[in-house]
Design a protein around this ligand. Structure first.
Ligand code: GAL
Length: 849
């Protein structure tokens, strides 16, 4: 038995990337005369806050990433024609410089149409109302504004010397986004537009190549690139262009009422390894950090405020294990092959059904091989160069010397973390939870102030609000005679509404009657609810809503939303149709207009103070003053007991909240996900029957130590006394060591000096900053099962497992014995406590016979 311990301290060095011209050929990008094999990671700057950027970029770098990739978000920058904004989360230059300071490259996807689950696909809503504009086709107003914005961004980057040709980090720029799918819908104008966009981009003279994704007719020198869950089979349309994967989706986005998609780390790794096996040279994770759709930036209908994406870095900025760790090891394995992959010649060798090796050799005799088993069911054992290799189903083994497997995509060697949302309370300085005071203001249901207009029939929501707000009031009235049967019977007529989007709250005589919602698509939805009518005049007030605008699709700029029919059934005359009645309209709710969530606006009304805020009250503004939650963990707001609405902290927009339950049945979700076989976003979902989004990220940097103003606008009713802050905390970590999980050759710098752990399986546990291992919660040498946080012992559990691990821990010596009659695994779970030093504690467990 061999023992060892290694404590490694991470040293962060700052290197500025400085590059000359970026060129390319059919194999790769060539930067500063050197071929590059690049791992890139999408992090969208407005989906986090500047205070998070350095940490996110650094976590990507530690994860083995070379390049950060972002879209540019036009509608966040050009607020009205010629009126530009680059402050706060939209400080693009600052973001680019953060990447540069980390010594990384940047891919700038200017678009400026971007899709991205971002409101209106990133194009400003005002542009839709410039007369004659049709988006994304050979249309003069669109092209004029697109060129103007593109030029503005390019000039800004040039001014700051951010292009690689100027010594900056930007190595590639993108124009348009996946237009190839839509080109034909616009007939000849589609093709003309695509070519114009390419030419316009090239004429910007950035000194770096341009890319167009999913654009099969991209003209030289523009490079067409691939977006998909798998791009190993992709070939650029010209052999002189390198194979670039702009979007590998390591998870997927969510919609309110939908499920929670997860893509297994093994499958993500498989797709990446296959891409490099098959000659790929630039690979980007979309998203590596998804982040948050703050405010009303989420697209629609119904994209959630969280854009977590099941990405390698979670919404709150923490590395997601094991995905982040598994991909880090993958990147290291790929990088070990970089030189020979880029400079060698590939030979493809079939090793049997579904199994093939791609072997790269160069003139110096260097050799690297990727052996893949694409069978989605069967593990295989194959002979390669007189050695036998076992490959799990749907996996790739990487052999940087054509002999030793340093990584297999299906063998997850990385630690897993237990991450919990630890509830705290909303608390005021020195006052305790129970004395939290809420200030309340109620909106009057219906028209407030002066009506905007009166019209017979309905209007389109988006054309009317121009997306300045989610809300549009529609009111009308009906007269109910005293002889109506329902009044005598004490029954209720039924309000029947049809709408194309996206949701509505119905009020009769200022009483809330119910809410109707679509399913997150553009299919019309129906609202059907008994309502309370009285004899005489009755006011019907409908608060119709959009929940994020369409983000893509042919002519998506013309997709509307709104009522198509309103009827009342169950009157003496049968059903009355109110659709062509005179409706009075008002855009927005009054509190928005008065800016009750921000600055001076806070004092624009007389709030009523109470320590017992009223429950289930529709159309209510709540305000309270809170302390920052203790600690330094990321913070969320638990809105489980609220209805639907908007939230702000200190005037910063947290975003839409809506803990809407997923209507999917449990059979539409999985308990365990089989990573084998092609992934699609419906394959490994969780969250059926649960609220799609319970927690809402509130960046720490938005808090002052005390005196923070939290404001909510609740549309339909909730229980504000149950709102809690939660802290996202890593409370434990797990690692698995077994004979089947070698990670030979993937030791960190310095670790390989520890001779006795070479060529033996080991697990490495890294604790969050300022923490160390405080207790061993579970250890089993045997056949344990389950997931991190809920492991179960198997039949052949060795009872001394915990004692052994604890002892070795106490002596700061770790050992794990291997061997035995069974297929054995050793699972370890540790919990953390505070460290007094700033060091990161890296502990390595080694195992040997
Ligand atoms: C792609 C698109 C991205 C994003 C992604 C899904 O088709 O280019 O912007 O929308 O789908 O997350």
């Amino acid at each position: 038995m061999k023992l060892c311990l290694l404590v490694a301290v991470l040293l962060v060095t700052v290197t500025l990337v400085s590059c000359g011209n970026v060129s390319y050929d059919g194999r790769s990008l060539i930067i500063d005369g050197q071929r590059k094999l690049l791992i890139s990671a999408s992090i969208h700057y407005p989906r986090s806050v500047p205070a998070m950027w350095p940490g996110l970029v650094q976590t990507a770098k530690e994860g083995g990433v070379d390049v950060i990739e972002t879209y540019v978000f036009w509608n966040g920058h050009e607020l009205s024609p010629g009126n530009y904004y680059f402050g706060g989360r939209f400080d693009l230059v600052k973001f680019a410089k953060t990447v540069q300071q980390a010594g990384m490259f940047l891919i700038l996807r200017i678009g400026p149409f971007v899709a991205a689950e971002w409101n209106f696909g990133g194009v400003p809503v005002w542009l839709h109302y410039v007369p004659g504009t049709v988006f994304r086709t050979y249309n003069q107003p669109f092209m004029y504004h697109m060129q103007k914005f593109t030029t503005y961004i390019v000039n800004l980057m040039k001014q700051e010397k951010l292009f690689a040709s100027q010594g900056g980090p930007i190595i590639l720029a993108q124009i348009e986004n996946e237009y190839g799918y839509y080109e034909n819908f616009y007939k000849e104008d589609g093709k003309k537009y695509a070519l114009w966009a390419a030419k316009m981009a090239v004429s910007q003279n950035t000194g770096v190549p341009w890319i167009m994704c999913q654009q099969w007719d991209a003209p030289d020198p523009v490079i067409d690139t691939c977006n998909s869950f798998y791009c190993d089979q992709f070939k650029p349309t010209s052999p002189n262009r390198p194979k670039i994967w702009t979007e590998n989706w390591p998870g997927w986005f969510k919609t309110f009422g939908g499920r929670d998609p997860h893509r297994p780390a093994e499958d993500v790794a498989f797709s990446v390894a296959r891409f490099f096996q098959k000659g790929g040279s630039v690979h980007n994770y979309y998203m590596y950090h998804g982040g948050t759709n703050f405010g009303r930036t989420a697209g629609g209908p119904f994209i959630t405020t969280s854009y977590d994406y099941d990405a390698p870095i979670d919404e709150y900025g923490l590395p997601r294990f094991p995905k982040w760790g598994h991909l880090k090891e993958l990147h290291r394995a790929i990088k070990l092959c970089e030189h020979v992959l880029l400079n060698g010649k590939p030979v493809n060798v079939s090793l049997g059904p579904f199994v093939e090796a791609d072997v790269y050799t160069d003139s110096s005799g260097a050799c690297a091989a990727f052996i893949s088993n694409s069978d989605d069911k069967n593990d295989r054992t194959v002979e390669f160069r007189n050695t036998s290799y076992s490959l799990p189903a749907w996996s790739v083994s990487i052999l940087p010397d054509c002999k030793n497997v340093v990584f297999n995509t299906a063998k997850v060697n990385s630690q897993t973390n237990v991450v919990a949302m630890i509830p705290g309370s909303l608390q005021q300085s020195n006052k305790g939870v129970n004395s939290l005071i809420w200030d309340i203001v109620k909106e009057k249901p219906g028209i407030w102030g002066t009506a905007d207009f009166v019209k017979n029939g309905f209007v389109d929501l988006i054309n009317t609000t121009k997306d300045t707000t989610d809300y549009l009031w529609h009111t009308t009235s009906i007269f109910v005679g005293e002889n109506e049967e329902f009044l005598k019977k004490g029954s209720k007529p039924v309000l029947l509404i049809e709408s194309t989007g996206h949701a509505l709250h119905a009020f009769v005589n200022q009483e809330y009657q119910g809410t109707g919602t679509g399913n997150g698509t553009h299919s019309p939805f129906t609202f059907k609810n008994p309502i309370s009518l009285r004899a005489g005049k009755n006011e019907i007030a409908l608060l119709c809503l959009t929940v994020g605008l369409q983000t893509a699709g042919p002519f998506y700029d013309f997709v509307g939303a709104g009522l198509t029919s309103v009827k009342i059934k169950g009157l003496n005359n049968g059903t009355i149709d109110l659709s062509s009645y005179a409706w009075t309209y008002k855009i927005g709710v009054q509190g928005e207009h008065l800016k009750l969530y921000q600055g001076d606006g806070l004092s624009n009304v007389n709030w009523t103070s109470t320590s017992e805020p009223p429950k289930m009250q529709p159309l209510t503004w709540y305000k309270t003053i809170v302390d920052a939650p203790p600690g330094d963990e990321p913070i969320g707001l638990d809105m489980l007991h609220m209805g639907k609405g908007l939230a702000w902290l200190n005037g910063e927009e947290i975003g839409r909240y809506w803990p809407r339950k997923s209507e999917f049945k449990s059979e539409d979700c999985v308990k365990e996900c089989d990573y084998r076989g092609k992934f699609n976003p419906d394959k490994c979902d969780t969250g059926c029957g649960e609220p799609t989004q319970r927690w809402y990220h509130v960046p720490r940097s938005w808090f002052k130590p005390s005196g923070n103003v939290l404001v909510l606008f609740e549309e339909k009713g909730g229980e504000p006394d149950k709102i809690r802050f939660v802290r996202r905390k890593i409370s434990g970590a797990c690692a698995l060591v077994s004979e089947d999980y070698p990670s030979v050759g993937l030791l960190s710098q310095g670790e390989d000096k520890v001779q006795n752990i070479k060529n033996i399986p080991f697990a490495r546990l890294t604790c969050p900053s300022n923490t160390h291992i405080s207790a061993v919660k579970f250890a089993s040498f045997g056949t344990p099962s389950g997931a991190c946080g809920s492991f179960l012992k198997g039949d052949c559990h060795d009872p001394i497992s915990s004692t052994v691990v604890e002892k070795v821990y106490l002596f700061a010596i770790f050992c794990i014995a291997f061997g035995g009659l069974f297929s054995t695994k050793y699972l370890l779970i540790f919990s953390f406590s505070k460290l007094t030093t700033q060091l990161r504690d890296t502990l390595m467990l080694s195992a040997s016979d």
